[in-house]
Structure formats: structure tokens, C-alpha cells
Design a protein around this ligand. Structure first.
Ligand code: GAL
Length: 412
């Protein structure tokens, strides 16, 4: 009985607190139904954490029925297992939430946004109390997001923003800074400020236009490099610079590889030297590095950037085939997400005062991101950092990677 009453009080506080999120203009949870916190009142023993690996795309990994949770039921919707990082995100989120006593449903939607809508709808039908969604296409989830809002199920946009006001909060890294770090790395490595008359040839590969992050990465890097491009110190031999021309649908490695091969055969086959290839992330850098290795006629080493710390790219960094990656500790991203979700479900005040409880460096940002025009989405943004051959040990020190005797890193 007491538990029921507490649950009812929590649910009123929770709905009130959620209304200050992105949906405050009226798009999100606007009724006072307590359905979202029912699971808190009915559940007893902590969930069993023994569940094994990530499931195949679109498979559901639900806690067995006899392991009811104390915290409620969380729907975790990841985009795909074909890109390395989302496997890690899915696994960390699932582990963290289960260890904190929640029941979880984890899905991967095979980079198919129709399937992601479906997966989220199934989670809602299963009575989740909160959704964590890394969108395949930030503009294609309206049906599922509106249904979440109607059911008073709060949504955390995870890593990638969703363009719908049902999103209460956004947890990510500082995406513009990711691109800026790539740009600054190029400026420093080539000492562009002191380049004099030297001209360096540059090509660019960006991310998926459906992913809201891709533009931030591109802008952060290109804004940093623009003065040198304008001055002629950096020369884009192909002339391909605008985002749509250099974008890579679904961040696909083969797509990046093919475009890089085309650029190399069209503009560099005559012996023109290529100095730098700015790549927004590791899956695209992998394709570009492959093209450079097999199709570039020159013998200089080409500076190639990346992002994520994927295993194959870390190997390329050790081998000198890729030069840097911007590392984002996604275990920490899952810890921040758990802390935020707990606060949301408990009806706590959500602002920068929560950050010390995460124990992870991040910023509370209420200005940078909007789910619709003028509708700011309060965000917790973690801090990315540059990894090169010289500081790979930092990854080992996180406890998330092991260095083998051959000097290559593998994710634990
Ligand atoms: C982005 C994400 C990057 C990268 C890319 C492809 O949204 O922030 O870390 O992994 O997707 O998966």
C-alpha cells in the first residue's frame, strides 16, 4: 500500500519534472497519467544481470519474466550492429541499467528507420517507463515519438538528437568540438599557421545527413580549416567540399571507400600529392584508408582523421595508416544516461546540479540543441579527446581496452 502511494506521488512529481524538458511547448507528456511509474510500484527483486551478449539486429533482449526489476522497465533502441560503437553502447547501457535494478529491452534496428519505429512501438506496447533512443534518422521517428508522448513515456535522445518535442533530454558528446578537434589536429600537425607558400592538398568525407550529429562534426572541422582553405594553404583538389557532396549515407565504410577511390582516380592518378583526408568518423576513415592504401599513387603518408576508437581504426593508427581518432568514452555516456534516467523517474530537479552525482565530466547545455524551431532541448554533453599513436595507453587506462603483445588494442 505504502509503495503504491509512493509510486503515485513519484509519478506526479515525475510528470511535473518531465514537462520542463524539450516538450515544454506542449509536444510532450501533457497529461497526468501515472502509467509511466507503475512498474516502480509493482516490482521487487533486482533484475538478473547475467544476460549475455548483444542480440542480432532487431532481436529483443528482455529480462526473463521471473526477474522483476526494482526500477522499472527501460527501452533501449540502438541504430545498428553494423557500426562498432553501437554494439558497445547497447551493451553498456543494458549492463548499467540492469545493475541499477531496471528491466531492459534492447533492440538494434539494422539502420532501417521504419524498423526502429516498429521496435519503439513494441517497447511502448511492452509498457516501458522510459525510452533511450539513438536515432537512425532524427527526422523519421515522429510516429513513435508521438505515441511515446501520448503514453507519457519520457524519451532521452541518446548521442543523436531526434527532431521531435517528445524528447525530454539529450545525452551526447560535444559534437561540434569533435569536429573542431579534428580540424585543430590538422592545423597543428601541418603547422598551417607557419606554412608560408606551401600548399597542402585536402579531401573531406563527412557522415550521414540523416544523423543530426554529422553536420556538427563537419562544421566544427570545416570552420576550423576554412581560414586556411580561403588563404589557399589548404587546397581541395577535387573541389568537393559542401556537406551534401562529401556526406556518406549511413556512415557506410564501403560507400566512403568507393567515393575515395573515385576521387583518387579522377584527381590524383597523375601524381598529385594528397596530404590530408578529413574523415568525420572511424567507419568512414576505414574506407578512405583502404582506398588510400590500394589506390593512391603517392608514397607520402596521408594524414587521416577519425572518431570513435573502433578496433580496426586503432590498428590502423598503430600501423600509421590512420593518424588520429577522436575518442568518446561511451561507457561514460551510458553512466550519465543512467544517472539522468534515475533522476527523471524519481522526479528530481534536472539541471547542472546533477552532474557531480554522475562522477563524469560533462556540461549541462540548454542552448545548443533544438528538437524543433525555438524548442531548446536540455543536454548533457560529455568531453571528447584526441587519441594518436602516442597516447593509446590512455585507452588502456580507461579499462575498456586491452593492448595485446602485438601492440594492437581490442575492446574488452
Ligand atoms: C554518430 C556518432 C559517432 C559515429 C557515427 C556513426 O552519430 O556520434 O560516434 O559513430 O554516428 O556510427
Amino acid at each position: 500500500m505504502k509503495k503504491k502511494l509512493l509510486g503515485a506521488l513519484l509519478s506526479v512529481a515525475m510528470v511535473a519534472s518531465l514537462l520542463v524538458g524539450c516538450g515544454s511547448d506542449g509536444g510532450a507528456a501533457t497529461t497526468t497519467s501515472d502509467s509511466a511509474s507503475d512498474a516502480q510500484t509493482e516490482t521487487e527483486a533486482p533484475a538478473d544481470n547475467s544476460e549475455a551478449e548483444a542480440p542480432a539486429d532487431d532481436a529483443e533482449a528482455e529480462a526473463p519474466a521471473d526477474t522483476a526489476s526494482t526500477g522499472g522497465k527501460i527501452g533501449i533502441s540502438m541504430p545498428t550492429q553494423s557500426l562498432e560503437r553501437w554494439n558497445r553502447d547497447g551493451a553498456y547501457l543494458d549492463e548499467q541499467f540492469k545493475a541499477a535494478g531496471f528491466e531492459t529491452i534492447l533492440t538494434f534496428s539494422d539502420n532501417d528507420s521504419g524498423r526502429q519505429v516498429n521496435d519503439i512501438q513494441n517497447m511502448l506496447a511492452d509498457g516501458v517507463d522510459l525510452l533511450i533512443v539513438a536515432a537512425i534518422d532524427g527526422e523519421a521517428l515522429n510516429t513513435a515519438m508521438n505515441e511515446a508522448a501520448d503514453a507519457n513515456v519520457p524519451v532521452i535522445a541518446y548521442d543523436r538528437l531526434i527532431m521531435n518535442d517528445a524528447v525530454s533530454y539529450y545525452v551526447s558528446f560535444d559534437n561540434y568540438t569533435v569536429g573542431k578537434l579534428q580540424g585543430e589536429f590538422i592545423v597543428e600537425q601541418l603547422d598551417l599557421a607557419n606554412a608560408g607558400d606551401t600548399v597542402y592538398n585536402l579531401e573531406i568525407t563527412a557522415g550521414d545527413p540523416a544523423d543530426n550529429n554529422a553536420g556538427y562534426f563537419y562544421n566544427g572541422a570545416v570552420d576550423t580549416l576554412k581560414p586556411y582553405i580561403d588563404a589557399g594553404t589548404l587546397n581541395i583538389v577535387s573541389g568537393q567540399m559542401d556537406f551534401d557532396t562529401v556526406a556518406t549515407a549511413q556512415w557506410n565504410t564501403d560507400t566512403a571507400l568507393e567515393r575515395a577511390q573515385n576521387v583518387l582516380s579522377s584527381y590524383y592518378a597523375d601524381g598529385t600529392q594528397l596530404d590530408v583526408w578529413l574523415c568525420s568518423n572511424d567507419s568512414t576513415a576505414l574506407g578512405v584508408a583502404q582506398a588510400v592504401t590500394s589506390d593512391y599513387a603517392g608514397s607520402n603518408s596521408v594524414l587521416i582523421t577519425g572518431q570513435d576508437g573502433d578496433e580496426a581504426n586503432l590498428k590502423n593508427i598503430v600501423d600509421g595508416v590512420q593518424t588520429m581518432t577522436v575518442y568518446k568514452n561511451v561507457s561514460n555516456e551510458s553512466i550519465v544516461t543512467l544517472g539522468l534516467a534515475k533522476a527523471m523517474l524519481a522526479g528530481d530537479t534536472i539541471d547542472e546540479s546533477l552532474i557531480p552525482s554522475f562522477g563524469i565530466e560533462c556540461a549541462y547545455d540548454t542552448e545548443s540543441y533544438e528538437t524543433s524551431e525555438g524548442n531548446k532541448c536540455p543536454s548533457f554533453l560529455l568531453v571528447p579527446n584526441v587519441i594518436t599513436k602516442d597516447n593509446l595507453q590512455e585507452l588502456v587506462d580507461t579499462g575498456l581496452y586491452t593492448m595485446g603483445d602485438d601492440g594492437y588494442l581490442s575492446a574488452n
